[in-house]
Design a protein around this ligand. Sequence first.
Ligand code: NAP
Ligand code: HSE
Length: 434
Amino acid sequence: MSEVLGIGIAGLGTVGAEVARLITERGDQLAERAGRPIKVMAVSARDRTKDRGVDLSGVTWEDDAVALAARDDVDLVCEVIGGSDGTAKDLVEAALEAGKSVVTANKALLAHHGTDLAKRAEANGVALAYEAAVAGGIPIIRALRDGFVADRVQRVTGILNGTCNFILTVMRETGRAFDDVLAEAQALGYAEADPSFDVDGVDAAHKLALLTALCFGREVDFASVHIEGIRRISPVDISFATELGYKIKLLGVAEIDGEGEQAGVSQRVHPCMVPVSAPIAGVEDVFNAVTVDADPVGSGMLQGRGAGAGPTASAVLGDIVDIATGRMAPAFGRPAVALAPAKAAPPSAHVGSFYVRLMVIDKPGVLADITGILRDEHVSMESMIQRGRDPMEMVPLVLVTHEVAESAMQAALAKISDLDVVVEEPAMIRIVEG
Ligand code: NAP
Ligand code: HSE
């Protein structure tokens, strides 16, 4: 067996502690798969006194995580601190410049600096691997990078945030309130240190930006992702979705818009209504899924656990063993210098069907006013539901449209919001076939 691969782990939280435990307790299995022993040489976290639930005797502690990059006994740095800047970025840059491969679960870092870090890795002849950063335990990066090399991806769609999928599933199944279910997701270790990244769609957008770069050969372009989260999803919309035969999911969708040189990529993260019969609608709880539509492979979906210590550490170890065996692929499937410049398609170019819920005063003429606006903006309705019959109170009015340009739908909603009889901001959810 050849020489030991020395690992430096930065961050010993949910993910880092589990990575350290697996390397320590499954050393023989990993050595067999890697063809060489893998050993944790040094670690870093903020609090040296904290019990990590793993035996770190004989492992050097570094107060400054960046110092891991300079250690002679560390061949590979595993960055599981998190955050798009600060220590995580300093460490990853230092490691790559020192000629050490990096394995990270940090999608925020890569969404903001992925192209630059991939170029640094290639310039120094080392790997930048991030399987754990997208959809946790699902080997989607490998599948897209190594499996679909002959394909042209047309669209990638994913449930990319386990916390949101968990919250939406539990809210639908139990009727419990959003805040209550979010607290449970945090206690289970699914949520980010700042849970607003989860529920406001930012975490899913980080991951989508990486999938887009990989699928479409473009530089990572997080700034162009259109992002909406799940805070405004109410029990009443969940109930109407069920009645209409849909489930509400937070989806990330990236697709080519336009032809040839003119083609841009649209990247969107927002709640969607998905028909209950669609495979992605069956992906519940903390599970993630990614559907890829590509030519000639067709349409397929991978699903699995997208968050939590075990699934994430499993993906980190997959990358570490790859590097130990010498399997090194460019981060985004082709040399970083060959990635095309990012070119975004505007979200208003999107065409689709929409669910709209209005809270209206139930009096004569309301429907005529609303349908008049829809007519003027060329929005055609597929169906409508109205509940209640009390002229003194507001009632929900639900509209489902045929396919229409989003720009037309938004223009209609702006006018509808201004009507005196519409007493709340309209709720609009895009319908996606899955
Ligand atoms: P976490 O539980 O909050 O752990 C973060 C760790 O980083 C802690 O051990 C903390 O030290 C350490 N740390 C913070 N600042 C540091 C610094 N300046 N120097 C050295 N160590 C520092 O986070 P996590 O859930 O393990 O997530 C880690 C990364 O994996 C993130 O990028 C996250 O997005 C990603 N990820 C997480 C999951 C998941 O399910 N949790 C899934 C996929 C990807 P102390 O323990 O001493 O405070
Ligand atoms: N907070 C993330 C999620 C962790 O809920 O999916 C995995 O990236």
